[in-house]
Ligand binder design. Sequence first.
Ligand code: GUN
Length: 294
Amino acid sequence: MGAKIIDGKAIAESLREEVKQQVSERVSQGLPVPGLATVIVGDNPASKVYVRMKHKACQEAGILSIGHELPADASQNEVEALVKKLNEDPKIHGILVQLPLPAGLDEESVLNTIKLQKDVDGFHPINIGRLAQKGREPLFIPATPSGVMYLLENSDAPLDGANAVVLGRSNIVGMPVSLLLVRANTTVTICHSHTKDIPAVTREADILVAAVGVAEYVRGDWIKPGATVIDVGVNRVEDASRKRGYKLVGDVAYDEAKEVAGAITPVPGGVGPMTIAMLLRNTLRAARLVDEKT
Ligand code: GUN
């Protein structure tokens, strides 16, 4: 039997619609339009594509979004001065510094400069630290990990007591998603480049989250029959049959995996759209934090 396909695109669309309605309601009550500022440093083409998509989504949801671009040779002081200016801008409720930053910039120091209440990406060391601690609550949870959890919580897969395996330990996805899975009472194993016999580990997973950035890394016979597979990867592979010369595939060999898994996210149309929906939710939440204070 084939796996249930988890339609992240449709789920994200309904979340975006919800945010749009809530934004419209608050504006009709005279509350400020939520505002997001993005910061790109350098010319990373993927970052530019992602940030453009975030602005488009903000516009559709009625959220103000203002983009800032700094050259690749911008100094630490220049980047942090911009963040500090945005910290003080009352129209801006959320600040997103697109990662990765060019080599030579101190990422942690930049993220530490973002006002905690405006950290809609959830990467501020205090927010991440709180995520890692029992009984503490971060103000914001990073968008992609929270999109993964939303898909899992709204699937049929029981989380409590399940074996979850996360492939990858990045600051942006692997590590925060692992922390969230622990909070959801799963037993988590994190695999990385030093892990021995990864297929033997993934075969024990009731829930498998792949975030390694390697095209079709996970094969069908690495998956436990009936498992829920969440594919975070977005990789370009050559495809001469397409006009643009490439296609997008995930970290999971989808055609093989869907024959074994109980449920699976496609690429594209799985986790990707959830990232943007969660960023919009976080931006609305940031605006509400200001409402509560005033
Ligand atoms: N780079 C890749 N994903 C993300 C993200 O969710 N936020 C930021 N700021 N940078 C990223």
